[in-house]
Design a protein. Structure first.
Length: 383
């Protein structure tokens, strides 16, 4: 893609980004770290960070790495299983992208579809991927496709991976759920997949699904359990040394990493020989391992969450995501009325800014890195 066709201003890098990172970004990160150490919320420690005043490219430039598509045949299959999903169409997604300045969306199928029949699961996965190929053919300038694998069937998944990357020439990576029938990512059962992902340098996006046990509490599983599911998978990936053994795999965690950034000190305690903590060791500790992940911003639109990510990784490991079409309310004109507690951080329908919070934490070069530059590092074929 010709960068100049979108905006005459460079989309990443530059001396301004370096100086602001040293002079301003470090101050924000240090303040956030102090707030976390003191136990105070970020906002309570220094008030809501003020929005930085700078302009953004006027034409679509963002790359959405947490978004979904629901092919018609896939929707019909889910309906036959009495699974409720949301409406989706190419036209609606392209309109959404144009409204919010999104140049490209790397889409995935959003819900598990294995009902214990390997042949049926493989057929559904093939149908989703073939539709993705059609979408690329008709709208390849706007879409990338995450391969859909017939998990948990390893042999069939390896075959489908080859079909997607070698024949269909997908530019995306792979979206996997946090667990399949209670076997979480990071488990040795998936070793053949890790080996193939590592060989190909695959981007693996970890997306939560419902836990094995029925959630307890006032909220549905998506509200509370999804963040914990991502955390369970990420923790197992770390402690089973998958990140170390297969360094060419690039892992993306959904929704700011679930709860992982907030419990790293508890994981570090687990490395101490203590009666209450069995000794679980990582040579470089959990903080350094957690910095190897990429974290998408879907459902992370608050200064507190973004401030924590800035403290953990800085802008280099954060990527833009909307979770569309499952978060239609968030992008509606009245979303500030639905969630007034952090209204200044919600999508701004007047300016077309899907995540104003990014400008509260990061400089312009850093924000452009999050919304585009980092995605191109993961998927250079999208450029």
């Amino acid at each position: 893609m010709d960068e100049k066709s979108h905006d005459s201003t460079p989309l990443e890098g530059g001396a301004d980004g370096i100086s602001r990172r040293k002079l301003l970004g470090t101050a924000v990160a240090g303040t956030a770290a102090g707030a976390l150490a003191s136990g105070l919320p970020l906002a309570a420690a220094h008030g809501q960070p003020k929005k930085r005043r700078y302009s953004l490219p006027k034409r679509p430039y963002r790359i959405d790495l947490h978004t979904h598509y629901i092919p018609p045949a896939y929707s019909a299959f889910l309906t036959s299983k009495k699974v409720v999903t949301v409406p989706w169409s190419v036209e609606a997604q392209l309109k959404f992208m144009d409204t919010w300045g999104i140049d490209k969306s790397v889409v995935s199928a959003p819900q598990p579809f294995d009902y214990g029949n390997p042949a049926e699961t493989q057929e559904v996965a093939r149908g989703i991927n073939d539709y993705g190929a059609l979408l690329m053919k008709e709208h390849g300038d706007r879409y990338g496709i995450h391969a859909t694998l017939p998990m948990p069937y390893i042999k069939e998944s390896l075959a489908e991976l080859s079909y997607c990357f070698d024949k269909l020439k997908f530019q995306g990576g792979v979206m996997l759920f946090a667990h399949y029938n209670g076997v979480y990512l990071g488990d040795p059962a998936y070793t053949p997949l890790y080996e193939e992902f590592n060989k190909r340098g695959t981007v693996v996006w970890v997306h939560p699904s419902f836990p094995v046990e029925e959630p307890v509490g006032p909220y549905p599983g998506q509200v509370l359990e999804y963040p914990f599911e991502t955390t369970r998978a990420a923790t197992l990936i770390m402690y089973n040394e998958v990140l170390t053994k297969y360094p060419n795999i690039k892992w993306q965690l959904s929704h700011c990493g679930g709860t992982l950034p907030y419990i790293l000190s508890r994981l570090a305690y687990g490395q101490q020989q203590h009666p209450y903590y069995p000794l679980v060791s990582l040579p470089n500790g959990p903080f350094n391992e957690a910095r190897k992940f990429y974290y998408d911003t879907a459902l992370g639109n608050s200064s507190e969450q973004m401030g924590t990510l800035d403290t953990l990784t800085g802008p280099d490991k954060v990527v833009f995501g909307t979770d569309w079409p499952f978060l239609n309310w968030e992008f509606a004109p009245n979303s500030h009325e639905v969630a007034p507690w952090f209204k200044d951080d919600l999508p701004n329908s007047k300016t077309g800014d899907p995540e104003p919070v990014l400008s509260r934490i990061w400089s312009r070069p850093e924000r452009l890195k999050i919304e585009r530059g980092n995605a191109l590092k993961l998927y250079p074929g999208l450029d």
